[in-house]
Design a protein around this ligand. Structure first.
Ligand code: NAD
Ligand code: UGA
Length: 430
């Protein structure tokens, strides 16, 4: 099938590439001309495991191409996906101006029947608005369908998540686009759930909010474990082995960050409020999550006595492991707060250094080698769950530090091993 994706970011580029890999012909659009040029020249602007190779192969096979023209995409595709940003506004509600702008652009370019699929995360009833906009700005008499197809990929495992999804949700207002949407996803051999438009949109916000709630729950349990002399990893294992609970998303740490959970939780609270439902439960989740960095810093301050002029090494800048994305990263937030207190900071991230640069205070050094952050350090922090940090030469790190103290915000290392190497080792809920 001929498909196009408007917006070639973390979601659009990976979705477009995986749809091309599945055999479709895909045109990825972006209004950032520099990004399109970069993609056309074979450079991938984001780090996502496995993506580069797939892009290269599908470009070579002429199944994947890039353009800055939405008009070209609309003219040449049966199905047009929208994957543009839906950032938060100051009051927590969603800025839908990117989606609205694309709806208008599609409308103005509509040559014949098309299926317009919203993949951006949007509030319930956005699909109805998109349809209304296309009717208003589009040519009279040309039919179209608007479909909601929320995306559930995680950064860092986006290619695998897309190629082997737990389910594909397709929300429709009529039966007409269903067969084509099934054909788009047929190669993935995944369960397809057909819903109405509003329910599909709500599934996405409800799912992200529930996952944020689950993480927050285990972070609170971790605080109780610390006070009660228990180990949150063992508690999570015991709880999570109940099939009704599940082990996933019970990793205690520095709280949830990233470009999605924080904004989607506030959006869901706002949407519910606008409809007369007080979602105080999720407001509490936001409050608890926001307090986690300070709780962690308190432990570090208690050990350092004062922060000023202390040398701090931090491993991790990305909001989670296996990505270069530093949007709403707790790791970046920690550095900002410690720098404001006068600490001298060196940090490292396998992929996120470049993107973090503009978010960090000028005097913070980003090192090329993880071991360098330990040189002369009073404290070493693990702020992002990069698996490769487990494999560092921890004996060498011990000798490089001025005082061998580790604060592991992601429970990445084995406490007994670290203590036997001679570190003072503090983690979360263990
Ligand atoms: P992103 O910022 O990485 O990418 C969005 C892209 O859209 C950018 O490249 C931008 O230049 C482009 N764009 C903006 N306006 C455009 C226009 N008018 N025409 C063409 N291109 C335009 O964002 P993202 O992380 O890919 O998120 C996109 C949507 O998907 C959001 O609603 C987000 O909530 C949702 N989502 C994200 C993830 C994730 O893990 N990042 C997962 C699921 C859902
Ligand atoms: C999340 C969801 O998992 C995806 O299903 C969804 O599509 C996406 O948001 C979205 O809508 O954008 P993502 O933010 O990429 O994906 O990454 P997650 O793996 O969910 O991690 C989010 C945050 O929670 C990270 O800061 C991570 O460190 C933290 N986390 C995650 C924990 O602290 N503990 C856990 O057990 C899991």
């Amino acid at each position: 099938m001929k498909l196009s994706i408007i917006g070639s970011g973390y979601v659009g580029l990976v979705t477009g590439t995986c749809l091309a890999e599945a055999g479709h012909t895909v045109l990825c659009v972006d209004n950032n001309q520099a990004k399109v040029k970069e993609l056309q020249a074979g450079h991938i602007p984001i780090y996502e495991p496995g993506l580069e190779e797939l892009v290269r192969r599908n470009v070579q096979l002429k199944r994947l191409s890039f353009t800055a023209s939405t008009q070209e995409a609309v003219a040449n595709s049966e199905v047009i996906f929208i994957a543009v940003p839906t950032p938060p506004q100051d009051d927590g509600s969603v800025d839908l101006s990117y989606v609205e702008a694309v709806a208008r652009e599609i409308a103005e370019a509509l040559p014949a029947y098309r299926i317009i699929v919203d993949k951006s995360t949007v509030p319930v009833k956005t699909g109805e608005k998109v349809a209304e906009t296309i009717r208003r700005y589009g040519p009279k008499g040309i039919e179209f369908d608007v479909v909601s197809n929320p995306e559930f990929l995680r950064e860092g495992s986006a290619v695998a998540d897309l190629q082997k999804p737990d389910r594909i949700v397709i929300g429709v207002a009529s039966q007409r686009p269903v067969a084509a949407m099934r054909a788009v996803y047929e190669p993935f051999k995944a369960p397809i759930i057909i819903t109405d438009l509003n329910s599909a949109e709500l599934i996405k916000h409800a799912a992200n909010s529930f996952l944020a709630l689950k993480i927050t729950y285990i972070n609170l349990v971790a605080a109780v474990c610390e006070a009660g002399g228990a180990d949150v990893t063992q508690v999570a294992e015991g709880m999570g082995s109940d099939a009704r609970i599940g082990r996933a998303f019970l990793q205690a740490g520095l709280g949830y960050g990233g470009s999605c959970f924080p904004k989607d939780v506030s959006a869901f609270i706002r949407i519910a409020e606008e409809m007369g439902v007080d979602f105080g439960l999720m407001r509490e989740v936001e409050k608890i999550n926001a307090a986690i960095p300070e709780r962690f810093l308190k432990k570090i301050r208690a050990s350092l006595w004062t922060m000023r002029d202390k040398k701090i090494g931090q491993l991790g800048l990305a909001f989670k492991g296996n990505t270069d994305d530093v949007r709403c990263s707790v790791a970046v937030e920690l550095i900002r707060r410690m720098a404001a207190e006068g600490a001298i900071i060196r940090c490292h991230d396998p992929k996120g250094g470049e993107k973090a640069k503009e978010l960090l205070p000028k005097n913070v050094e980003i090192m090329a080698d993880a071991h360098q952050v330990a040189e002369g350090a009073d404290v070493l922090i693990i702020a992002t769950e990069w698996p490769e940090y487990r494999l560092l030469d921890w004996s060498k790190i011990k000798t490089l530090m001025r005082t061998p103290r580790i604060f592991d915000g992601r429970n990445l290392l084995n406490p007994a091993e670290m203590i036997s190497l001679g570190f003072e080792y503090t983690s979360i809920g263990r």
